[in-house]
Design a protein around this ligand. Sequence first.
Ligand SMILES: [Zn+2]
Length: 304
Amino acid sequence: MIPRRMWVLVSAVLLGGIAAVVVAQQDMSKVEIKTEKLADGIWVLYGAGGNIGLCSGPDGALMIDDQYAQLSDKLLTAMKAANDAPLRWVVNTHWHGDHVGGNEAMAAAGATLIAHDRVRERMMEGQDNKFFQRKVDPAPAKALPIVTFSDTTELHVNGEDAVAFHVPPAHTDGDVVVWFPKANVVHMGDTYLSSMYPIIDLESGGSINGLVAASESVLKRIDDQTKVIPGHGTVSDKAGLQKWHDMLVGTRAAVAKLVKEKKTLDQAVAAKPTAPWDDVWGKGFMKPDLYTKVLYTELSAAKK
Ligand SMILES: [Zn+2]
């Protein structure tokens, strides 16, 4: 068994949902924002929390995700340093606190907040997440996305025809991927983590099948030159995303086999079904046993 304390730590740090817990543990004043240019007019900003995509040019700046409220000033400074244009839009890839924490400040700075319908609904509702022992209060009205969509929306800005599209429930049920076809850059939110096992937030409607489908729909659109921004971890490419996809498919099959054999949860975890992938993917916060537990929970429920 995994000690309860570790579960709490893993869930708090990873999901970013218990923003207060994370903030209490991490001194945001020490966080430095690192900016990397990916294409003309497109950057990625690394700080604490989910990676931020930035498309900035003559029409203004479009940000994808905005990390934590405590970093908003630094993020706005980094954004202006990349290109001195006013912030006009923020797209949230999903509703977790490490991706929407700066919403209120970004709206105050002039941004229109855009997201999938479920992001707004979940932020309004708040959540008591039993599996990850995470309590999230309903968000203040000013932090809520005011433009929402159920399937796809396009942003025709700065010479781009960016497509924000919903994928089947994957990390959550409100996931959106943002694709910049001209710049050949895609931001996948937490449907892709470049160096660790996925977080499947089952209580926010997440599903391993949706994660596989999300990676497949992006793999179909991109080529070997595409820059792939993951929700967490360094910028990757098509080959990296293909490895992620293959790991998802392999680990899903390994755990499904144990469910089919009617193993209990403890037996499934003890069997270490993810062992062939653990060296590459199991060293982040999402440890092999916890990932196995999540997969088992979903796949055994689907059997019933
Ligand atoms: Zn997330």
